[in-house]
Design a protein around this ligand. Structure first.
Ligand code: ADP
Ligand code: ZN
Ligand code: MG
Length: 494
């Protein structure tokens, strides 16, 4: 998107903590929830002299899966290198990474129909964590995180707006979650995004600035937007953008310079002598390919086609994978029901679509509302797909009104009970007998003479009042539309 005559360009560097049992090169547990500092450590991840690292195969597998999902070429031969620098959170004085030959190369991820090229994905290890005293008197270091498998993904500078960059990161997060390789929560630091931003007028790309501290999708978008405008202002005033690293400050909503750019030769990369190269055979690749599940983009298309849902509805099910899978189970129960003996007629495809739509609506509105509340109180989810499907059929067949449906669902949610039991026990069965409704309506009319007069003198909302009275009398067991018809007919004769 051109802004003030300038074309923004963005490339992302994304670090992902892999969800593995142990660390990248030793058998220490990889437990991000460990509260006690410096207990998941050993001589290997502390870099003591004479120790030997061993490659974690689970981390390699997970990285290859991401590479396959992102259409990368997987290197049949790759290796590890040492990236040397000094920092107190780096016990060895170097980080083991892949500099010369990364595990995955030349892939892409499609965003809004546009291919964003991925330059490479490689494996490395995380650093420890520094905890600074608020008053600046001292800093503490926790090495539990040191040596945790870290995957780094680098895109080509193909993104053209802050929104597009955000979309890319969000889609990547979904893929990582579908592949079960990482929680990929940005707020928890499981997925850390750095954005390289430049602006230019011609074909030649401008000088880039790297932005750090982008700890949420919101700050990713905001930080890039701010940086684009800052660079445009710099160029417009006749100055030059300098290549540097800047930090995003959430509270002030600005980027500020942290340090001038360092170059790869500053790190003195050299081959890691203690690790063998990684050899990936075709058989091994085929095995991993077979383990790749349905990915978000595929599921998106399938949900649209198979269930005829709107884009917005589909997106909720894609983002909330568990909810989407629950929906599918309920739909399959519904299909069983329409084929069962007690259901004697065959649904037309239009009717079936209506039934599925009804089901999606109840899951997306009513059930999600209950689930959100339960999240706070920590309640378990007790409704089986069978029971939920039965509940939907009751609404579909008009056995319960939408008002009663809310009562039934709330009870199902609380106890996990069968909807038919709840209806019987609570005597919630819909009154459908026309004579009975007429009798009840007659009673309401006789004790609400004022409303009858009002209605006859042209105040039509008196009718609503009368319907409301009938609902109260029967605790909502009459279909409001039917009640309206009955009242209109009775009032004509009154
Ligand atoms: P460096 O040599 O400084 O590390 P790279 O060429 O390796 O730079 O690129 C690092 C990241 O910056 C990549 O994600 C890449 O897409 C992005 N990038 C490179 N040049 C630009 C540019 N002019 N504008 C925006 N992003 C860029
Ligand atoms: Zn260790
Ligand atoms: Mg580089």
């Amino acid at each position: 998107m051109i802004k003030d005559g300038f074309q923004p360009t963005i490339g992302l560097e994304i670090h992902v903590e892999l969800d593995t049992k142990s660390k990248m090169f030793c058998s220490c547990p990889n437990d991000p929830n460990e509260r006690h500092p410096n207990i998941n450590i050993c001589p290997v991840c502390m870099g003591h002299p004479g120790v030997l690292p061993v490659i974690n195969e689970e981390a390699v597998k997970k990285t290859i899966k991401v590479g396959l999902a992102l259409n990368c070429h997987i290197s049949s031969y790759s290796k590890f290198d040492r990236k040397s620098y000094f920092y107190p959170d780096l016990p060895k004085g170097y980080q083991i990474s892949q500099f010369y030959i990364p595990l995955c190369k030349n892939g892409y991820l499609e965003i809004n129909g546009k291919k964003i090229r991925i330059r490479e994905i490689h494996l490395e290890e995380d650093t420890g964590k520094l905890i600074h005293d608020e008053k600046g008197r001292y800093s503490l270091v926790d090495f539990n995180r040191a040596g945790i498998p870290l995957m780094e993904l680098v895109t080509e500078p193909d993104l053209k707006s802050a929104k597009e960059a955000r979309k890319f990161a969000q889609e990547l997060q979904l893929i990582l979650r579908y592949l079960n390789v990482s929680g990929a929560d940005m707020e928890k630091g499981q997925m850390r995004v750095e954005a390289n931003v430049s602006v230019s007028k011609g074909d030649k790309l401008g000088t880039k600035v790297e932005i750090k501290n982008l700890n949420s999708f919101r700050s990713l978008e905001k930080g890039i937007e701010y940086e684009i405008q800052r660079q445009i202002n710099v160029l417009k005033s006749g100055r030059e953008v300098i290549q540097e690293t800047r930090g995003w400050y959430e509270d002030k909503e600005v980027t500020e310079s942290q340090r001038e750019k360092e170059y790869s030769h500053d790190y003195r990369y050299f081959p890691e002598p203690d690790l063998p190269p990684l050899l990936i055979t075709q058989e091994y690749l085929q095995e991993l390919k077979a383990e790749i599940p349905e990915l978000p983009s595929q599921r998106r298309e399938r949900f649209k086609k198979e269930y005829g849902l709107e884009e917005k509805e589909v997106e909720v099910f894609i983002k909330n994978k568990d909810l989407g899978e629950y929906f599918e189970k309920v739909v399959s129960e519904l299909k069983n029901w329409t084929k069962s003996v007690e259901f004697k007629r065959k649904l037309s495809s239009l009717e079936e679509k209506k039934l599925i739509k009804l089901c999606a609506n109840y899951i997306l509105c009513d059930l999600q509302g209950l689930l959100k509340k339960a999240e706070i109180t920590g309640e378990d989810f007790l409704i089986t797909p069978e029971n939920f499907a039965e509940f939907i059929t009751m609404i579909y067949e008009d056995r319960i009104s939408s008002r009663i449906a809310k009562v039934v669902l709330a009870e199902m949610f609380k106890t996990g009970a069968d909807p038919s039991h709840i209806i019987e026990e609570k005597k919630l069965i819909q009154i459908r007998d026309l004579d009975e409704i007429q009798k009840l309506a007659q009673k309401i009319l006789s004790v609400n003479q004022k409303a009858v007069q009002d209605y006859q003198s042209g105040k039509t909302n008196a009718l609503q009042f009368l319907i409301g009275q009938l609902m109260r009398e029967t605790s909502g067991k009459v279909d409001p539309q039917k009640a309206e018809e009955v009242f209109k007919k009775l009032l004509q004769k009154y």
